[in-house]
Design a protein around this ligand. Sequence first.
Ligand code: ADP
Ligand code: MG
Length: 287
Amino acid sequence: SVPLAFFGGIGAASKAGVLVKGSNYLESVAHLTTVVSDKTGTLTKGVFQVNDVKTKEDPQKVLYYAALAEHLSTHPIANSIKQAYQGSLDEQIIKNITNVAGQGVICETSIGTIYVGNKRLMEEQKIAYENSEDAVSTIVYVAKDAKFLGTILISDEIKPEAKAAIEEMKAAGVKDVVMLTGDKKSVGDAVGKQLGVDEVYSELLPGDKVEKVEALLKSTDEKHTLAFIGDGINDAPVLARADVGIAMGSLGSDAAIEAADVVIMDDNIKRIPAIIRIARKTIAISN
Ligand code: ADP
Ligand code: MG
């Protein structure tokens, strides 16, 4: 049977804007020692902005191709490109769009195939690209057929509450804060450093994130648990694997919210240290 205090704990969590899907998760939250977080949309706002287009062609044309290829994508990168391109799109020329997890999109059209994504996408598609370097921007490479057209420089912002949230998690007993990202190393390292994250792993594919979490789970037990915080469709397998899967409620994809054990309704990660404190009090009461 579930002790009454657990219902009090779940109620207190819900008043704090956090949906806890069962009393067993409250117990796991009380024993959190490792918090693993995705970067985009979780520690950063996930609202990207196009800052520059580097190309020898017409920049509007590069944005046009990219916006066309991203037509069906809801990835924060796709949204920023569609917002930056103000013109009209001939969606009817699109024949097929493929999402390549952790890389970007490939869009077949009646005027050729458009590739929009990171370096890895260019490499896998064997497209000769010009390297573009910028420590803090996410760089989106655009190509049409075998021809590299240019890059779109995009940046995201760290959530203002993220640093304090991490400090509070540590004050509440979390020993290790780990950030996982599909983004490139320089961006991952810069964000991790600004936030005081203990370990950063970058350039990961969704499958690599599952492997990292599984490796970290080996050093956990009932009294030293691991949470994963994420928001994307690709995060669902990792959310399911962690002792406590925590999803963002408003930015999060339906798949992430469904796979999660705990949902933060307003996406404010300061709710995490708050529920750790609530869970600890609840456990103390029910023991
Ligand atoms: P994160 O781990 O930061 O949430 P994702 O796994 O969503 O990142 O994506 C990893 C990388 O793959 C992005 O930084 C980007 O380079 C590339 N990417 C993914 N989806 C898209 C897309 N729709 N358009 C362009 N690039 C993309
Ligand atoms: Mg993500």
